[in-house]
Write a protein that binds this ligand. Structure first.
Ligand code: NAI
Length: 377
């Protein structure tokens, strides 16, 4: 099978998410890395792209140069990954979709709800795929949880408790670190800090696993490090369309917590928990029975959980392979072979609506507000 051609914008040398995209896109031999505008510094971006094997004429100085260069080529890239800071996602994603490229955009997809709705419209009109990198939904055991909920093994879902709380921005004297600074700068991050950065991953997981959507929420935001404008800690209560009670805690100042993404689903017949730092296991309790551990790779898992797993039972299978699973589903979608469980522009839009609802609610002392995008009400 011919490989699809892939390009990336952002994700330059030393970036946080760039390596995961490079490893993920290359893991299954589905994409060849052909073009990039990898850095905000044009010279550094060109040099780094070439050091990764990109031809000099496709090692671009910025995304506009890449758009102009790629759209005229017979061998143009099929898929563009947008892995730049948040404030650039909308413009880049929209421009590439309109020019006929498939796009994988990092989260948060946009800075506003209106921009999110525009991306949904543009993606639909273009007929191209626009996916958003909610990569934690592509861990095999998260797919297993989704399948178990869909099969009714937990009964009706009563409560979802999700955390994405780490302690890596707890140091006040680290405020000038360029990788930290933009996350709390409204001009670059948007109206929200940690809720938009990590909270939306946990919220997406809650929706993804339960097959349900957030309807309304009540939020409490705090900026605990002196001088920080945007929130670095948030507690969000939510209700889903099916009436499930949701709790979300997201924080960057929880010293001692490392990655800190975990989720628990409690239904009428059972409960289960999963944590990104122990991604191969689900802790499962049926009502009235002893605790079970469901292990990645063992017999009887869902078809999707098996499909998303590459290495044998007990071998750790981590973050880059979860990102690779997003690329597996993208390749299938681009080739017209099925959708898989790809996070879409609609999911990106729902996250933005939830972020804006949380900001609004927090400014009103936790008043309950509608969290649905106007387009979906
Ligand atoms: P970072 O600050 O570590 O790296 C950003 C990279 O983008 C740098 O190489 C920088 O030079 C480059 N860049 C900045 N502006 C650019 C432009 N206009 N054109 C081309 N390159 C440009 O940021 P990080 O942490 O890698 O985050 C990037 C995006 O990925 C953010 O939107 C973030 O929210 C998202 N992210 C997603 C994760 C996930 O789990 N899905 C995890 C970490 C980040």
């Amino acid at each position: 099978m011919t490989k699809l051609k892939w390009g990336m914008i952002g994700g330059g040398e030393g970036s946080q998410i760039g390596p995961a995209h490079r490893l993920g896109s290359q893991a299954d031999g589905l994409f060849s890395f052909e073009a990039g505008a990898l850095d905000v510094d044009a010279a550094k971006g060109r040099a780094y792209a070439q050091s990764l094997g990109i031809a000099a004429d496709r090692a671009y100085g910025d995304w506009k140069e890449m758009l102009a260069g790629e759209r005229g080529r017979d061998d143009k890239v099929d898929l563009v990954t947008v892995a730049t800071p948040n404030n650039t996602h909308f413009e880049i994603t929209k421009s590439f979709l309109e020019a006929g490229f498939h796009v994988l955009c990092e989260k948060p997809m946009t800075m506003t709800v209106e921009e999110g709705e525009e991306i949904v419209r543009v993606a639909k009109a273009s007929g191209k795929t626009c996916a958003v990198n909610y990569c934690y939904s592509a861990y095999p055991m998260v797919r297993q949880m989704k399948a178990m909920v869909a099969a009714g093994e937990l009964g009706a879902i009563r409560t979802v408790v999700a955390n994405f709380s780490h302690g890596h921005h707890a140091a006040g004297d680290d405020a000038d670190n360029p990788r930290v600074r933009w996350r709390y700068d409204p001009a670059q991050a948007g109206v929200s800090g940690q809720m938009a950065d990590c909270g939306i991953h946990a919220l997406h997981m809650a929706s993804f696993i339960t097959g349900d959507e957030v309807e309304k929420l009540s939020a409490d935001f705090a900026s605990t490090v002196k001088g920080r404008v945007l929130e670095d800690d948030a507690m969000v209560n939510f209700r889903t369309m099916k009436g499930t009670v949701g709790r979300l805690w997201t924080s960057t100042i929880a010293l001692g917590r490392q990655h800190g993404l975990d989720i628990a689903i409690y239904g009428e017949k059972g409960g289960m928990r999963w944590a990104s730092e122990q991604p191969n296991q689900i802790i499962y309790n049926r009502l009235g029975a002893r605790t079970e551990i469901i292990e990645k790779g063992e017999a009887g898992l869902s078809e999707d959980a098996q499909r998303m797993s590459r290495v044998a039972i007990a071998h750790p299978e981590g973050f880059p392979l979860a990102v690779a699973n997003i690329y597996v589903d993208l390749a299938a979608k681009i080739r017209g072979e099925g959708k898989g469980n790809l996070p879409t522009a609609e999911d990106g839009l729902r996250s933005m609506a939830a972020v804006f609802a949380a900001v609004d609610s927090a400014s009103k002392d936790g008043a309950w507000v509608d969290a649905r995008p106007p387009m979906f009400r």
